[in-house]
Design a protein around this ligand. Structure first.
Ligand code: HAM
Length: 437
């Protein structure tokens, strides 16, 4: 039976102590994407199941084994999104976005759901930052997308990721490859899992990325798509490689990358870490020139990528990236007695309106207990208000880091505190700027 205080397997809580890191990373990702012209899109957490069957593909592991699918009360089959691309294409079509100015550039930060076997870096609820571009067919767009990944790595001090690049061709050149691959797989059919045996006829490339160890062993030495590219696909791939060299972006050609989703055409790529364990693919993406049409739109070339935020944070931590300090409470006002408590609340309200982080008691605790709490909070300054302070119209404000004390008038208190905090910054007492700008 489920234990009420245990989260479902493969999910994680994001606790207040870690949320600053996530906010920092998400802001940096959205900001860097904005520099390339991307704007955020938000689509529903769930979609009609058929959307994923048609786009991700009904012979993929994601659709066959990993989707959270259920019937809603209206007897519709609904699925929690296992990835972001399908929903973005659906939204672009539904809202007529592809009839407007192209290229259309969208980005998103979303939770995704896959029923996978949980392990380090692999969750059942995980988070992706992703981008999608609609319109350009040229390899320049592929290069620009990869250069965005590079800029993101720079902005986040993310080191140790290697770019793996491949082309999996188009519908036309893939036919010849499928024949060769099927011939290879037929000879090894007895060593394949049951799912792959049934995949061979319809979509033999899916056998290549099956997670079962028996299949991984059986496909060693399989023919690779790169040897079967048609002239146009080969020229596209060569063009991309030239652009990457121009941008000084290093890559390795990795003919084994086929990606686990059916919609890809031509360019596919992954940024892989060697330090965070078996689940080392931090970024995955590529071109999907046929998907918009597959979902009912006019033929529209498109491309994108997504990165797993849990893996991204693991890699940042492994590569010693620095995260900004969380904002501290600027002032804690302890109080004793009803009138002082009211005054403390009034002062806190005024300070907050000026952009300071201010707290006062709401637990009815003694001044001693309030000060203990201020210490635990790590407040920069504290003040104590009682009848004496209210009568004299002034109070002592203590610097909690060095113990120094300042007597301030309660008139113009906000301005005085502001000066005090800035003074701290200039004297190097405070390690970060006050919340106010
Ligand atoms: P994907 O390779 O399936 O691609 O996922 C992208 C990234 O999401 C992976 O590289 C990984 O970092 C993260 N990820 C995937 N599954 C899990 C999991 N179970 N636990 C933790 N992290 C995970 C896509 O989803 C495509 N929609 C990317 C794309 C966008 N292609 C074109 N546009």
């Amino acid at each position: 039976m489920a234990v009420l205080t245990n989260a479902p397997r493969g999910t994680q809580d994001l606790l207040p102590a870690q949320s600053g890191r996530w906010q920092y990373v998400e802001n940096a990702l959205l900001r860097t994407a904005e520099l390339f012209g991307f704007h955020e899109i938000r689509t529903p957490v769930f979609e009609h199941t058929e959307l994923f069957q048609r786009s991700v593909g009904d012979t993929t592991d994601v659709v066959q084994k990993e989707m959270y699918t259920f019937e809603d009360k209206g007897r519709r089959s609904i699925t929690l999104r296992p990835e972001g691309t399908a929903g973005v294409v659906r939204a672009a079509l539904q809202n007529g976005l592809l009839g407007g100015a192209l290229p259309l550039r969208c980005c998103y930060v979303i939770p995704c759901f896959r029923y996978e076997k949980p392990q380090a870096g692999r969750l059942r609820e995980f988070h992706q930052f992703g981008v999608e571009v609609f319109g350009p067919s040229s390899f320049d767009a592929d290069a620009e997308l990869i250069s965005l990944c590079y800029e993101i790595c720079g902005a986040l001090e993310l080191k140790g990721l290697k770019l793996h690049l491949n082309s999996i061709g188009c519908k036309e050149c893939r036919q010849r490859y499928y024949e060769a691959l099927r011939a290879f797989l037929r000879e090894r059919e007895s060593g394949l899992c049951d799912t792959c045996k049934s995949r061979m006829a319809k979509n033999p490339m899916r056998v290549l990325d099956c997670k079962s160890p028996e299949c991984q062993q059986a496909v060693k030495g399989a023919p690779v798509m790169l040897d079967y590219l048609c002239e146009d696909c080969a020229a596209h791939f060569e063009g991309l490689k030239r652009r990457l060299s121009l941008l000084h972006i290093d890559y390795v050609i990795d003919p084994r990358i086929v990606r686990g989703l059916d919609y890809y055409t031509r360019t596919v790529f992954e940024f892989v870490s060697e330090t965070i364990g078996a689940q080392g693919t931090v970024i995955g993406g590529g071109r999907y020139d046929g998907l918009v049409q597959e979902l009912g739109g006019a033929p529209t070339p498109a491309l994108g990528f997504a990165m797993g935020l849990e893996r991204l944070l693991m890699q940042m931590e492994a590569s010693g990236a620095e995260f900004p300090e969380a904002n501290r409470c600027d002032l804690y006002i302890a109080s004793t007695g009803e009138a002082a408590q009211q005054k403390a609340l009034e002062l806190c309200t005024a300070l907050r309106q000026e952009g300071f982080i201010a707290e006062c008691d709401c637990m009815g605790r003694s001044v001693k207990a309030q000060m203990k709490y201020a210490g635990k909070l790590g407040a920069r300054y504290s003040a104590v208000l009682g009848d004496n302070e209210l009568q004299s119209g002034g109070c002592t404000v203590k610097n909690m880091d060095d113990g120094s004390e300042h007597t301030l008038s309660l008139d113009g208190f906000t301005d005085s505190i502001y000066r005090l905090l800035l003074e701290g910054v200039y004297n190097g007492i405070i390690d970060a700027e006050p919340a106010i700008k």
